[in-house]
Design a protein around this ligand. Structure first.
Ligand SMILES: [Zn+2]
Length: 82
């Protein structure tokens, strides 16, 4: 299934091609409710890649927070020893 989009018509210029009722009724692209499923292997792989990247970024964030927390504990323990 296609998404709502604009096309360039040589006679009429920029023409809206709606594919969902939100855009059919309003004529407003911001009301588009079309779902964007990957249609090609490249799109699918890019989507998977971006999801993996986001998951890794979140993991790195969590590890950095844990690192800060553990460093505080180490500092406290070192201060107690002295
Ligand atoms: Zn739409």
């Amino acid at each position: 299934m296609n998404k709502c989009h604009y096309t360039n018509d040589p006679k009429y210029g920029k023409v809206l091609i709606p594919h969902c009722w939100g855009v059919v009724i309003s004529g407003d692209m911001t009301r588009c409710t079309c779902r964007d499923y990957p249609k090609t292997v490249a799109q699918f792989e890019r989507k998977q890649f971006n999801e993996l990247l986001q998951a890794k970024d979140k993991e790195i964030d969590n590890l950095e927070k844990e690192n800060v927390r553990l460093n505080r504990i180490i500092k406290k323990l070192l201060n107690k020893k002295r």
